[in-house]
Design a protein around this ligand. Sequence first.
Ligand SMILES: NC(=O)c1ccc[n+]([C@@H]2O[C@H](COP(=O)([O-])OP(=O)(O)OC[C@H]3O[C@@H](n4cnc5c(N)ncnc54)[C@H](O)[C@@H]3O)[C@@H](O)[C@H]2O)c1
Length: 340
Amino acid sequence: MLETATKLNELVTKAFTNAGVPLEHAEIVSDHLVASNLAGHDSHGVMRIVQYLAAVKSGEINPTTRPSVLSDSPSGASLAGNRAFGQIAGHDCMALAIEKAREMGVAAVTVSNCYHSGRIGTYAEQAAAAGMIGIILVNAGGGGQWVAPFGGAAGRLGTNPIAIGAPSGGKYPIVLDIATAVAPEGKVRDYRNRQKEVPAGWILDHQGRPTTNPNDLYEPAPGGSLQPLGGSAGYKGFGLSVMIDILAGGLSGAGCCRAEEVAASDGITMLAIKIENFAAAGSYYDQVKALVEHLKSCPPAPGFQEVFVPGEHEFLRREQRLAEGIEVDDVTWTALTESA
Ligand SMILES: NC(=O)c1ccc[n+]([C@@H]2O[C@H](COP(=O)([O-])OP(=O)(O)OC[C@H]3O[C@@H](n4cnc5c(N)ncnc54)[C@H](O)[C@@H]3O)[C@@H](O)[C@H]2O)c1
């Protein structure tokens, strides 16, 4: 089903309010999900409605709450997520980091114990829209251990994503937004739903053998594992993931990965950096503009049409989907129309 972003937003908001989510919260989560579809990341878009409504019903999400402050200082804060929607916790976390960075130049805010934080590039865009650089690090509090360490044959880490957003002065901010696994688990689920093989190098089966069958990630128990980002240099993605586990899980209090795997509950650390405290704004924007022009001037390698900078794909996809609509899979569409 092809639908406009506006109509999808209305439906998702209605589905949430029908499930007892306050309108203000329903709108924040709905905006985030539809924006993820617009950016081209369907795995973190409205297809999550089925999972989130089930989590509201089971009590994994407390739909009426927002994070509360555990500790506070001029340059940072630690928030309790209170099982809030991750999108609301993430939004509040970055909003507070931005507010503090306006005064202090740099601020760091953490959240523990919130539900799935969604497409974390959204919070990088939030910082960039405020004219700041934003850094976002997320773990699942010791849950979702899909990813094998480099050289390992079984899951020990979450997909531990990182996003960094920087305003560019151009049409879109520069936003890197990636899992530190070669792919998030949701993408393997998507391949499995479509009965397609995953690309080589993504997963190992339960005996540590490379496979392209997406089912091998899930069965037989305890399932296989995702590879860390980086292929033959996967120790780099692995190292990044370990440090994110410490920074997001250890600092926030959500918890790092450990022997006892727990239910996923996101731990988040966000930083906001006020550019003017470090560089004259004019100089910063001139440098970033020159960098982008320099990269875009690179001749394409065989098989490529052009060089893209981080965040450009999402910008282009957003323009396209705003004009042409968003394709929603049948399972999600049925669930959405039945709930709205
Ligand atoms: N909340 C969570 O727990 C969680 C966990 C894992 C992943 N995620 C989300 O999953 C989404 C997908 O993650 P992913 O690792 O599959 O990302 P991906 O492989 O789609 O990479 C996206 C990043 O790469 C850039 N990019 C894409 N193609 C490019 C190209 N040709 N040239 C230059 N840059 C390019 C994009 O601009 C973006 O910054 C992200 O939005 C992430 O936030 C969330």
